[in-house]
Design a protein around this ligand. Structure first.
Ligand SMILES: NC(=O)c1ccc[n+]([C@@H]2O[C@H](COP(=O)([O-])OP(=O)(O)OC[C@H]3O[C@@H](n4cnc5c(N)ncnc54)[C@H](O)[C@@H]3O)[C@@H](O)[C@H]2O)c1
Ligand SMILES: [Zn+2]
Ligand SMILES: [Zn+2]
Length: 361
């Protein structure tokens, strides 16, 4: 029987989000129904409501979530009702050309629930990143529900489902940050701070944080930044070179995603170093770089999709590190809010007041 519940809907480009009645179906074959316990507000939700991802309005927002399995569809045997799960927006299909080449972390045909969730009048909803977790209940593909240690607080655990994983993975998976590396992270929101935490876990000896906001830079130090630069009053490229003997860093991570920050990452990196783009640019952004510099500086220019993570491998591991006190997920939770406070949380994010507001149910 379909379930009537509440969901946070982005109805049109730039319009404030609203709480509406939605209909969530029972899980079909290969699907699970999840009772959401906590769901973080990510910049990507704001990108959706601004129409910067696509025009498939109305969106059911929310995608950084933890909860419990409420019901499973036919053929689901790896999770069962009551299991504590973190939701993932990557569920490798096992059959696309990337999965077949042994690279499931790029899966080009990631699985989602096939049945739509709808508004009360039957209008189908586009769930953000195939999840839609600003809702008491959501239906996802069973592969998207990743079992983790239930000792973790849902508010903290859910964050591993998107931005924090993206940042950790940008450093550890895409950038391959290792012992002895120097790293710069441009943009110290949730994603950038997670890249800093990941660089520390990986063993980087120098971790330079760049932001425009001194508060953010203070927080970045708590996650492991060894140096901070406010790019409002200092040229970050020169400052990063100065801090690295004139050479630049081994790995430069752009966690903002603008032409300006990308160029800073490009030129702040040492010869043959790696640039990682994890911030998501808007569709109208362009970049102009001398082709000779692309050649002459060598190395690797990489994009990090979801931190190149494999959720079933990486989520339980990071939750274990959290429970061992080696990864401070609690520090990312700036506040907990109610489901009708998401629009206000977007404004707090824009004003730079929070790393993550987390909706608790
Ligand atoms: N690649 C992925 O898979 C993935 C996953 C999740 C989020 N993201 C993206 O990562 C980006 C960051 O997300 P977030 O949640 O941390 O956002 P956020 O808004 O919390 O943080 C952005 C930070 O960048 C800083 N900033 C803005 N302009 C800057 C500049 N010119 N120089 C230096 N710092 C600057 C801001 O002060 C802020 O601290 C977003 O674009 C988001 O969509 C990507
Ligand atoms: Zn695949
Ligand atoms: Zn996100």
């Amino acid at each position: 029987m379909p379930h009537e519940t509440r969901g946070v809907i982005a109805g049109g480009k730039g319009e404030p989000v609203r709480l509406e009645t939605i209909i969530v179906p029972d899980p079909g074959p290969g699907e699970v129904l999840v009772r959401v316990q906590a769901s973080g507000v990510c910049h990507t939700d704001l990108h959706y409501r601004e129409g910067a991802i696509n025009d498939d309005f109305p969106f059911l927002l929310g995608h950084e979530a933890a909860g419990t399995i409420e019901g499973v569809g036919e053929g689901v045997d790896d999770v069962a009702p009551g299991d504590f799960v973190v939701l993932a927006w990557r569920a490798p299909c096992g059959a696309c050309r990337s999965c077949l080449r042994g690279r499931p972390w790029y899966c080009f045909d990631s699985r989602n629930a096939r049945q739509p969730m709808t508004l009360a009048d039957g209008t189908p909803l586009s769930p953000a990143l195939g999840i839609g977790a600003f809702s008491d209940l959501t239906v996802v593909d069973a592969g998207q529900a990743v079992k983790v240690n239930p000792a973790a607080r849902p508010e903290a655990a859910g964050l591993i489902g998107c931005g924090i994983m993206a940042g950790l993975g940008a450093a550890l998976n895409t950038g391959n940050v290792c012992r002895g590396d120097s790293v710069a992270v441009i943009g110290c929101g949730g994603v950038g701070d997670a890249a800093i935490a990941g660089s520390k876990l990986g063993g980087a000896h120098t971790i330079i944080a760049v932001d425009l906001d001194d508060r953010k830079l203070e927080w970045a130090r708590e996650f492991g930044a060894t140096h901070t630069i406010n790019a409002l009053n200092t040229d970050p490229v020169e400052a990063i070179r100065e801090l690295t003997g004139g050479n630049g860093v081994d790995v430069a991570i752009d966690a903002v995603g603008t032409p300006e920050t990308y160029k800073q990452a490009f030129y702040a990196r040492d010869l043959a170093g790696t640039v990682v783009l994890v911030g998501v640019p808007n569709p109208d952004m362009r970049i102009d770089l001398p082709l000779l510099d692309l050649f002459g500086r060598g190395g690797a220019l990489k994009s990090s999709w979801y931190g190149d993570c494999l959720p079933k491998r990486d989520f339980p591991m990071f939750i274990d590190l959290y429970l061992q006190g080696r990864l401070d997920l609690d520090r990312f939770v700036s506040e907990t809010i109610a489901i009708d406070e998401v629009e206000e949380a977007f404004h707090k994010m824009e004003r730079g007041e929070v790393l993550r507001s987390v909706v608790v149910f």
